[in-house]
Write a protein that binds this ligand. Structure first.
Ligand code: SAM
Length: 227
C-alpha cells in the first residue's frame, strides 16, 4: 500500500475514499496538499519550530472539532493533527477553509497528517519537539480478544516519550473502564505519573458527547514524566 497517496489509504473503520462524498474528495484533493505533513516534506517543521512558541500533537482527531477550536484559541502554537480516517480529515478541511466565507483564510497553525501515527512518530517528528500530546477517545477495542489492538501500549508510549520535550505532557481520555485501567498502568510502566484528572476541555469532542449521552463515565488523565 502506498501510504503517501490518500486514495490508497484504508481507514481503521474500513472506509475508503471511494465512499466519500464528492465535496469531501474535493477537500482532500484541493485543501489537504496545502496543510499536509508527510515524510516527504518533514523539513518544514524546522521553519515552524522558529515561528511558534509551542507544538501540540493531536492523535486521532476524528472530525477535528477539538483541533480547530484549540488552534483558533492558541495562535502562538502549532497544532499537528494526525488522523487516518479520511472522511474525518475531509470534514475538518472543509471547516478550515470555510467555503461559505471565502475571505476566511486557512489557519496557518495547523498541519495534518493522514499517515498512521506510528509512521508520523518514527519518520516525521524530530526528537524532543512536542510540548503536549492529546489522545482523546482512542479506539477502545472493548472485547478482551481485541485488547492487543489498543494503541496505548508501553512500546507506543516510549515512542511518544522520544518526541515529547522533557517538561511536556500527555492528555488522554476514554470512556472505556478497562482501557482507562490499562492506560494508567502502561503510562506508569513507561515512567509517567498522572497529575490531573477530570480535564474539562476534553469533554466536548464528538466521542465525549456520545459517551455522556449514553451515561458513560469519562476517564481523563494528564501525564508527565515521573523523573
Ligand atoms: C474513537 S475515534 C475518536 C475521535 C476524536 N478524538 C473524538 O474524541 O471524537 C478514534 C480515532 O482515532 C483514529 N486512529 C486510530 N488509530 C490511529 C492511528 N494508528 N493513527 C492515526 N489515527 C488513528 C481513528 O481513525 C478514529 O478517528
Amino acid at each position: 500500500m502506498d501510504t503517501n497517496n490518500p486514495f490508497s489509504i484504508r481507514t481503521t473503520t474500513g472506509r475508503r475514499l471511494s465512499r466519500l462524498r464528492q465535496a469531501e474528495k474535493q477537500a482532500l484533493q484541493v485543501v489537504l496538499p496545502k496543510v499536509e505533513l508527510s515524510p516527504q516534506n518533514k523539513d518544514v517543521l524546522q521553519k515552524y519550530r522558529e515561528r511558534y512558541k509551542k507544538v501540540v500533537l493531536e492523535i486521532g482527531f476524528g472530525r477535528g472539532d477539538f483541533l480547530l477550536k484549540k488552534a483558533n484559541q492558541c495562535q502562538d502554537t502549532l497544532f499537528i493533527g494526525v488522523e487516518v480516517f479520511l472522511a474525518g480529515v475531509a470534514k475538518l478541511l472543509r471547516r478550515m477553509v470555510n467555503y461559505d466565507n471565502k475571505s476566511n483564510p486557512l489557519p496557518e497553525n495547523i498541519l495534518i497528517s493522514t499517515n498512521d501515527v506510528r509512521v508520523v512518530l518514527s519518520e516525521i517528528i524530530p526528537e524532543a519537539f512536542i510540548d503536549r500530546v492529546y489522545i482523546l477517545f482512542p479506539d477502545p477495542w472493548p472485547k478482551k480478544r481485541h485488547h492487543k489492538r489498543r494503541l496505548l501500549k508501553v512500546e507506543f508510549i516510549n515512542m511518544l516519550t522520544k518526541k515529547l520535550k522533557k517538561e511536556g505532557d500527555i492528555i488522554v481520555a476514554t470512556d472505556c473502564e478497562s482501557y482507562a485501567e490499562e492506560i494508567m498502568n502502561n503510562f506508569q510502566k513507561a515512567g509517567y505519573k498522572c497529575i490531573e484528572h477530570d480535564i474539562q476541555e476534553v469533554f466536548q469532542t464528538k466521542y465525549a458527547i456520545k459517551a455522556r449521552q449514553k451515561g458513560h463515565p469519562i476517564y481523563s488523565f494528564r501525564f508527565v514524566r515521573s523523573t
